[in-house]
Write a protein that binds this ligand. Structure first.
Ligand SMILES: Cc1cc2nc3c(=O)[nH]c(=O)nc-3n(C[C@H](O)[C@H](O)[C@H](O)COP(=O)(O)OP(=O)(O)OC[C@H]3O[C@@H](n4cnc5c(N)ncnc54)[C@H](O)[C@@H]3O)c2cc1C
Length: 382
């Protein structure tokens, strides 16, 4: 990718990510999509090259970068036409490891973060349950205290990296009568007795990524596994979700750009009725509209990123950016298929995979409708 003006100071970084992506990963992606799993070696490779610790402090092996550097990563790494892979890596390195550093005990951080940064231990984040997705406050997984230990019981579903994770941040209810103060997050070692991957899920897209249903039956953890203080889980989830949503938004922008690039090229090469198809009014309008939506998406997403970097209350702006960019990315991928005609519907060209993969973005991390609800509530504020 050409360095985006917004990330001017990270041009060299973007160049090095792009090199890695095109030389080491893209040549293998089609195979991993068919095999329905990308190998853990991808995490190790990224770890060896220092890419998994962008938001992690040096004392745990990271580089102590900021959200803007992480944004530059999302928009360059996101060029890989395997959104399940890119988000699987980003959830681990940018969301889960980062949350563990922000809220975890020193014991948990010393134990997991150096391995996570090297790609030797992989993380997952488990909020969603079979009966509670958008309505997260209805989760039923509990953690109860027995002496100095906690026992976790319940099930989680749709968990990215769930089948391969070594550690999982699990949102539980510790006091169902305490409302939003009754939630606590624990870091759980997947080798713990009572933890089970109950099922891996087959999906429309994200084929290279594992998505799992997890079960917890009297899984015991000690005090060092509590993130922050007991009762702080809801607030932590809300603050982590702002960044997770922005990560998904920036990754969608990269996918949308790749669809526009492929469509522009195809429209200038494919001929019909003695002309290139780009000369037809409809096709040219589709391309212009794709470009317009990407430009608007960049403006909004980068403004939200600026707000996050300056620690402002970015929740409404992040919701606006996620809603617009993720919906538009699906529209753009759909038009990319249209521009490619019959070939766009085949697996020989990438638009069909982009469409299948980007289709998850208005659902994961909070649906488009939930983003609209956040905006509606914000507008009602005095
Ligand atoms: C491939 C994949 C990976 C995922 N990875 C993770 C992960 O790593 N960790 C994790 O915890 N979760 C993960 N998820 C779960 C994802 O975040 C949820 O699917 C999402 O939050 C929606 O929840 P739900 O599926 O229960 O849908 P529901 O909440 O049942 O929603 C169904 C529909 O109703 C609408 N709706 C619900 N409430 C309202 C409302 N108040 N107003 C208007 N409309 C509403 C929704 O917008 C949606 O259209 C993943 C999901 C998938 C498919």
């Amino acid at each position: 990718m050409k360095a985006l003006p917004y990330y001017g100071e990270y041009e060299a970084f973007i160049d090095s990510v792009t090199k890695l992506v095109y030389q080491e990963l893209i040549p293998n992606v089609a195979r991993w999509e068919v095999e329905r799993f990308f190998p853990n070696d991808v995490f190790k490779l990224l770890g060896e090259q220092g890419y998994l610790g962008r938001l992690i402090s040096e004392e745990y092996g990271g580089v102590g970068g900021d959200y803007k550097l992480a944004g530059a990563w999302c928009e360059s790494f996101g060029e890989i036409a395997s959104v399940g892979l890119t988000v699987g890596v980003n959830m681990h390195s940018l969301v889960i490891s980062h949350a563990l550093e922000k809220f975890g005990t020193e014991t948990a951080k010393q134990h997991w973060l150096p391995q996570a940064v090297k790609g030797e231990a992989i993380g997952a984040y488990a909020f969603t349950e079979p009966g509670a997705g958008s309505d997260l406050a209805s989760i039923r997984t509990t953690a109860t205290k027995h002496g100095s230990r906690w026992k976790i019981n319940g099930s989680k579903t749709f968990i990215t990296n769930g089948a391969r994770a070594d550690f999982i941040l699990v949102l539980t209810k510790t006091d169902p009568s305490a409302g939003y103060k009754g939630f606590t997050t624990f870091v759980v070692d997947t080798k713990s007795k009572g933890f089970k991957v109950s099922k891996t899920l087959h999906k429309l897209g994200w084929h290279a990524s594992d998505t799992a249903e997890l079960s917890f039956e009297d899984v015991e953890v000690d005090e060092s596994c509590v993130l922050g203080k007991v009762g702080e889980g809801w607030g932590q989830a809300a603050s982590n979700l702002n960044w997770e949503r922005l990560m998904l938004t920036l990754t969608s922008l990269a996918g949308a750009r790749m669809c526009l690039q492929a469509s522009t090229r195809y429209a200038s090469e494919r001929k019909a009725f003695g002309r290139t198809i780009g000369e037809f009014g409809d096709i040219s309008e589709y391309l212009q509209e794709m470009e317009r939506r990407i430009a608007l998406g960049e403006a909004l997403a980068h403004r939200a990123l600026d707000e996050l970097c300056s620690s402002k209350d970015c929740r409404p702006l992040v919701a606006a950016a996620k809603r617009m960019v993720c919906d538009d990315a699906v529209w753009i991928a759909d038009k990319a298929i249209q521009i490619h005609g019959g070939y766009g519907y085949t697996t020989e060209f990438l638009p069909e995979r982009w469409w299948r993969d980007l289709r998850l973005m208005p659902i994961g991390g909070g649906t488009s409708e939930i983003m609209t609800n956040i905006l509606r509530k914000d507008l009602q504020k005095p």
